[in-house]
Ligand binder design. Structure first.
Ligand SMILES: O=C1O[C@H](COP(=O)(O)O)[C@@H](O)[C@H](O)[C@H]1O
Length: 256
């Protein structure tokens, strides 16, 4: 059973999430000289900002200059487009960090914007793959109401993205059921090689899908359940009470 760290509200979740990330950072910097972290887009970024950027004490504990930040998935749009995960991370984390004097920011790895719109999406995925470190210290994952994580979507149309033996570490996801249609995404082998995988899910809208993922017989047709099941020893979930309301999931407390 994976730990499901359950919180009364967003503020408590954001703080524990930040403490968890800092613990992973410290372990990574004992192993080497950089913290290789991958982030998802969506609602996760609000929690990152509240826990790590807006909180002065925790912001100071992050060794930002050693952070190398990648994106678990990215929408194939210009970086300043409203749908860009890089753009959302910049707005929620990088720009607010810049407002604090003396903070040296992280190194971020965005898609090659010059390939957007050229019909070169396989090449764009391959170029992004070439930037990745051999192994991630931490991958932060979201979970959509349909059970997708990264841009690994459930259903036959997207089963090509879930090949556990693919040599591709980043794949082009086309015809995404959630707009925009074209994206790149980490594949299962990339997730498999991470030291730690952490899902974040908040709000009552996530409750039905969490029921299918966190029950004792998970529905592994859902990519978020598949990842949880397959890499259980390295997976943690950070949730709020409304996301697991009425579920028979043992609530864990994050000890820091
Ligand atoms: O499209 C995406 O959705 C998922 C889930 O987002 P959320 O807002 O429901 O938390 C996100 O993890 C992924 O990075 C993003 O591209």
């Amino acid at each position: 059973m994976v730990p499901v760290y359950t919180h009364d509200d967003s503020a408590a979740l954001s703080r524990d999430l930040a403490l968890y990330i800092l613990a992973q950072q410290d372990q990574a910097l004992q192993r080497g000289d950089r913290f290789n972290i991958a982030v998802s887009g969506g609602s996760l970024l609000k929690a990152l900002r509240a826990g790590l950027v807006d909180d002065a004490e925790l912001r100071a504990r992050a060794n930002w200059a050693r952070w190398h930040v990648f994106f678990c998935d990215e929408r194939i749009v210009p970086l300043e487009h409203a749908d860009s995960n890089y753009g959302a991370f910049k707005a929620q984390v990088l720009d607010p960090l810049l407002q604090h004097d003396g903070v040296l920011g992280p190194t971020c790895y965005a898609i090659n914007e010059s390939l957007v719109g050229l019909g070169e999406n396989d090449r764009l995925a391959a170029e992004y793959e070439s930037l990745l470190p051999a192994q991630f210290d931490l991958i932060l994952l979201g979970c959509g109401p349909d059970g997708h994580t990264c841009s690994l979507f459930p259903g036959d149309t997207h089963s090509y993205l879930l090949d556990p033996h693919t040599e591709r570490r980043v794949a082009w996801c086309h015809s995404s059921p959630k707009p925009p249609a074209d994206r790149i995404t980490f594949t299962l082998p990339t997730l498999a090689s991470a030291h730690a995988l952490c899902f974040v899910a908040e709000g009552a809208s996530k409750q039905p899908v969490l029921q299918r993922i966190l029950q004792s017989s998970p529905d592994i047709s859902l990519p978020a359940a598949l990842v949880t099941d397959r890499f259980a020893q390295r997976v943690s979930w950070f949730v709020d009470r409304s996301a697991v309301h009425d579920l028979s999931v043992p609530a864990a407390t994050y000890h820091h």
